[in-house]
Design a binder for this molecule. Structure first.
Ligand code: ADP
Length: 245
């Protein structure tokens, strides 16, 4: 696995309802870089992630490594880009964790032995080896989130996009996931409301609002720019609103 750069140019997308969710998004992310995408509800973060492996198709250009995303390259791009959904139960549906993690490699034509080997490596990377034969529904949400990440890692992607990785986690499970995300070698795009997680996992942050990128810079600078964050309905970590008079 080699991390790949991501290039997005003038990406716009309107849902069939008429809602414009992305409005001219352009961004370049270097190979191996870890970038947070923050913004208020409805900013377009999830919609952007769904474009990275072609689950949604807007106008504009997306290039993953050397491959431009087009109908003919959809399979090649999907092999490179892994999406980790907010709800792990969207990714876990088989009787055991190993079955779920091996599903992707088997589907790609790997032998059972090769799929198990890749899956056990992926489960080890998220600290879940001992639960290979456990039914996912018997695990905590924090454990299920880690197994959901393993289902992506077993495909050996070059870029991983996370949607709200810490949602629903207790502080201990969140801390474990932060440690895992920080040390992944892949290019990472982390959409999150958890600004402290953004600070710990990403040196760079993109702030979105109303389908556009309104700021892009070092996470430490963006998260301390109280005026910028408040003007986009975000609160800096530790913010206390002025007392009502
Ligand atoms: P975020 O992830 O930042 O909360 P989303 O990407 O979910 O933002 O949403 C961006 C915009 O698109 C919002 O206005 C939202 O209401 C709208 N939207 C999201 N999903 C759908 C959908 N399936 N159908 C219609 N509009 C949608």
């Amino acid at each position: 696995m080699q991390p790949v750069p991501l290039l997005i140019r003038d990406l716009s997308f309107r849902y069939p309802s008429g809602q414009l969710a992305l409005n001219g998004v352009s961004v370049t992310i270097a190979a191996g870089e870890s970038v947070a995408v923050i913004g208020p509800n409805g900013a377009g973060k999830s919609t952007l992630l769904l474009h990275l492996n072609g689950l949604l198709r807007g106008s504009g250009r997306i290039q993953v490594g050397d491959t431009e995303l087009r109908r003919e390259t959809l399979g090649a791009v999907r092999r490179q880009v892994g999406l980790v959904f907010q709800d792990p139960d969207d990714q876990l549906f088989l009787p055991t964790c190993l079955d779920d993690v091996a599903f992707g490699p088997l589907n790609e034509g790997a032998t059972w032995e090769a799929a198990v080997q890749r899956s056990m490596q992926a489960l080890a990377a998220v600290g879940m080896t001992e639960h290979a034969n456990t039914p996912p529904h018997q695990l905590s949400i924090g454990q299920r989130k880690r197994v959901a990440l393993a289902t992506v890692l077993s495909m050996m992607p070059s870029l991983i996009a996370f949607d709200e990785p810490s949602a629903g986690l207790d502080p201990w499970a969140r801390r474990q996931l932060i440690g895992i995300i920080r040390h992944l070698p892949q290019t990472r795009v982390v959409a999150t409301h958890d600004l402290a997680l953004a600070l710990e996992t990403c040196r760079r942050t993109i702030l979105m609002d109303a389908g556009t990128i309104v700021a892009d810079g070092p996470t430490a600078e963006i998260l301390t720019d109280t005026d910028l964050l408040l003007s986009h309905r975000m609160e800096p970590p530790g913010y206390r609103p002025p007392a009502a008079s």
